[in-house]
Design a protein around this ligand. Structure first.
Ligand SMILES: N[C@@H](CCC(=O)NCCCC(=O)O)C(=O)O
Length: 259
C-alpha cells in the first residue's frame, strides 16, 4: 500500500517582487512527520477553473492551514471594513468549496485557525471579526515578537468535550494551547458540534457531526509543536490514521470495481 496523500491549502501572497502560492512549512512538516502522509500543496486556483473534484479523486485527506488573512466578511453576511483586512479572495474561492466537497466525500479533514474559521463559514456559520473587542472576551492575538517560538507559545487552557472526537483522541478534559487569532467562530454552522471552548466562551474546536471519521477544526496551532507537545502529536497521528483508513477503503472499492 503506498503512503496516503494529504492536500494542504495555500495562500495567494505577493512578496519578493513576485506572486506566490505559499503555505507555511510547519503544516507540510506536520503532515509528513506527524501524520505519516505525503504532503501536497494545493494552489488557491479554484476561482480560475482548477477542478477540485479531479484533485480530490487523487488524495486521501485535507489539511486547512492558518493564515494572517481573514475570510472575506461578505461570505458570512457582514459589511467589509478596512480594519478587517487583509483578505485573500483566491484562497476563499478555493477553500470553501473544497471543504464542502471533502465533507460530502467523507474524506478526513483537519482545519486549523483560519481553516477552522473557513470550515464554519463554508457550512453556513458566521465569524466574530475582532474577538478581543467584545466585553468579557480575552485577547486571543499573539504578542508582537520576532521569534516564532514566542508567538506560538502556549497561552491558555481549553476545556475539551470528553465524549467528542478530540476528547476520545486525547483522553483529557483540558489542554493548554497557543493562540494567534483576532477572529473567532460566531454563530456555529449547522452540521458542526462544539469540541472545545476557552474560559471566555470562545469556541476553540468543532467536529463535523455526520462525519464517519476524523473531520475536526481547531482554533489553535497543533502543527507548530507536533514534535514536542503530546496533544499536538496525537491530533496529527489520529488524522494520519483516518487518512490511511480512507485510502485503504478507497483502494478496496477501486479493486472491487476492477474485478
Ligand atoms: N486571520 C485569522 C486566522 C488566524 C490564523 O490563522 N492565524 C495564523 C497566524 C500566523 C502568523 O501570524 O504567523 C484571525 O486573525 O482570526
Amino acid at each position: 500500500m503506498s503512503a496516503p496523500i494529504v492536500l494542504i491549502t495555500s495562500d495567494f501572497r505577493v512578496f519578493d517582487q513576485g506572486r506566490w502560492h505559499a503555505t507555511p512549512a510547519q503544516y507540510v512538516e506536520a503532515v509528513l512527520h506527524g501524520s505519516g502522509a505525503i504532503p501536497l500543496v494545493l494552489p488557491p486556483m479554484a476561482g480560475e477553473g482548477l477542478d477540485l473534484d479531479a484533485v480530490l479523486e487523487r488524495v486521501d485527506g485535507v489539511l486547512l492551514t492558518g493564515s494572517r488573512s481573514n475570510v472575506h466578511p461578505s461570505l458570512y453576511g457582514v459589511e467589509p471594513e478596512a480594519k478587517y483586512e487583509p483578505y485573500d479572495p483566491a484562497r476563499d474561492a478555493t477553500t470553501l468549496p473544497l471543504i464542502r466537497k471533502a465533507i460530502a466525500l467523507g474524506m478526513p479533514l483537519f482545519a486549523i485557525c483560519r481553516g477552522f474559521q473557513e470550515l464554519n463559514v463554508a457550512l453556513g456559520g458566521t465569524l466574530i471579526t475582532e474577538v478581543q473587542e467584545l466585553d468579557g472576551r480575552m485577547d486571543h492575538r499573539a504578542p508582537e515578537h520576532p521569534e516564532a517560538d514566542h508567538r506560538y507559545g502556549i497561552r491558555h487552557g481549553v476545556k475539551i468535550v470528553r465524549e467528542g472526537c478530540i476528547g476520545r483522541v486525547l483522553g483529557h478534559d483540558e489542554i493548554q494551547v497557543n493562540s494567534l487569532h483576532r477572529q473567532a467562530v460566531g454563530e456555529l454552522a449547522p452540521g458542526l458540534a462544539i469540541e472545545a471552548t476557552a474560559a471566555d466562551g470562545t469556541i476553540e474546536a468543532v467536529r463535523v457531526t455526520d462525519a464517519a471519521g476524523f473531520a475536526v477544526g481547531v482554533q489553535w496551532h497543533p502543527e507548530y509543536w507536533v514534535r514536542s507537545d503530546a496533544p499536538s502529536a496525537r491530533l496529527f497521528q489520529a488524522f494520519g490514521e483516518a487518512v490511511r483508513d480512507y485510502a485503504d477503503a478507497r483502494s478496496g472499492v477501486a479493486k472491487l470495481a476492477a474485478e
